[in-house]
Design a protein around this ligand. Structure first.
Ligand code: MLT
Length: 405
């Protein structure tokens, strides 16, 4: 008789955003006349910019011609994209990262979920609380997290780093030393950031303790303040301890087209001198046949002069939404943070409501969807996340509805 991977059975409930979608769909079916405004999942609403669309058309046309048709893509990514990324995201920022350390993939979600595979089953992970659920869930699937306590919402074998109002939603260095540390800045869900000086402390801590940092920088394009680093490789010594994950979804609207990348410097080695880079390359070779040619050409176009200017405009559009949400809620008496270097606004639920109570109230009374903070971890209880990725018109309408509540 077939047996399933029992670690999967330990996962409590469905994936956060699937749970929300199910609830919203049920409400929408029962109330077909209501206009629901979705500021829950961080999905973009602006179309791909013209430079990207032009590159897509051109690449599609190439696929129709015998001489330029492309079959399997190189599993680590086309050289044209890997070198464009290395130059624009790293060399030009003064970071020492080479094209062959960039692994192109179908997105940051799968990379941040899959990266744990190259580590031993008994490595101890540390995560921020609240946290993007993919990091914990994939470690649960890998059997690394111990047992789940439904009363506290905590796993016995995970080191939690609470990010609360008291510490400005910025984690403190854990006392119990982890092997693998997940950090995400600008942060999803709180929208908090870290300064270069603070991030340097994490890099030093990881190097001192021979730990590895998985640095999720999916939201770096939203950074507006000078002292906030765009990459962990701006810190000294990060080549020895940090893996960085990036996305084209948030900076260029590729949520539907899918494209991302992971950087693994060749200097990171395990205690026996094994390069993590080789293991990830081995994994890509075995489990991945490369992101599609046309999408990689579209990704390359994001770095063209026109692409940079057009995606910057989109980011400004979303950050204008963020400002509207932040200021609107603040003026209505809510306690809010985030939204300055990130497209997420993190608010305290009013009247001591739980995160899910507030979710239901918003959905049912003003037909606005957000994300309950407790879905990201126990320290998110009593908080709520709104995304700035809606259209401006819907964002204004949603906040005006909430203000009248
Ligand atoms: C979110 O809403 O947290 C993100 O959009 C989810 C994701 O990027 O997978």
């Amino acid at each position: 008789m077939i047996k399933v991977n029992e670690d999967y059975l330990k996962l409590p409930g469905s994936y956060l955003f699937s749970t929300i979608a199910k609830k919203v769909n049920a409400y929408s079916q029962a109330n077909p006349d209501k206009k629901i405004i979705r500021l829950g999942i961080g999905d973009v609403t602006q179309p791909l910019c013209p430079a990207v669309i032009d590159a897509l058309h051109k690449a599609v046309d190439e696929m129709a011609v015998k001489e330029t048709f492309m079959g399997y893509a190189p599993d680590l990514g086309y050289e044209f994209l890997r070198s464009t990324i290395a130059k624009n995201d790293y060399t030009q920022r003064g970071c020492e990262i080479y094209a062959d350390e960039v692994f192109v993939s179908d997105g940051a979600k799968s990379d941040s979920g899959n990266i744990q595979e190259i580590f031993a089953k008994d490595v101890k992970i540390a995560v921020c609380d609240p946290v993007y659920p993919v990091y914990v869930d994939t470690n649960v699937m890998a059997g690394r997290t111990g047992t789940y306590d439904a009363a506290t919402g905590l796993w016995s074998n995970v080191i939690y780093m609470p990010c609360t109002a008291a510490n400005g939603f910025s984690p403190e260095l854990p006392k119990e030393v982890p092997d693998l540390i997940y950090l995400c800045f600008p942060n999803n869900p709180t929208g908090a950031t870290i300064t270069k000086t603070e991030l340097q402390k994490w890099v030093d801590y990881a190097n001192q303790n021979k730990a590895v940092i998985i640095y999720d920088a999916a939201y770096e394009a939203y950074i507006s303040e000078d002292d906030v680093p765009h990459s962990i490789y701006e810190c000294e010594g990060a080549r020895n301890c940090a893996i960085e994950i990036r996305s084209f979804s948030k900076n260029a609207g590729f949520t539907g087209t899918r494209l991302g990348f992971t950087v693994i410097p060749k200097d990171i080695k395990d205690e026996n001198g094994v390069m993590l880079h080789s293991l990830w390359a081995r994994r890509h070779g075995t489990k991945f046949n490369g992101a599609p040619y046309i999408i990689q050409r579209a990704g390359e176009a994001v770095y063209s002069e026109a692409g940079k200017a057009q995606t910057m405009e989109q980011i400004a559009y979303y950050m204008n939404n963020a400002k509207y949400i932040y200021e609107g809620l603040k003026s209505a008496g809510y306690t809010v943070s985030g939204g300055v270097n990130a497209p997420y606004i993190w608010l305290k639920t009013p009247d001591n409501m739980t995160s899910w109570e507030f979710f239901d109230k918003l959905l049912e009374t003003v037909n606005v969807v957000g994300t309950p903070g407790s879905g990201f971890g126990p320290s998110g209880e009593g908080y709520f996340r709104l995304t700035a990725f809606g259209t401006y018109e819907n964002t204004v309408e949603a906040i005006d509805r909430i203000k009248k509540m």
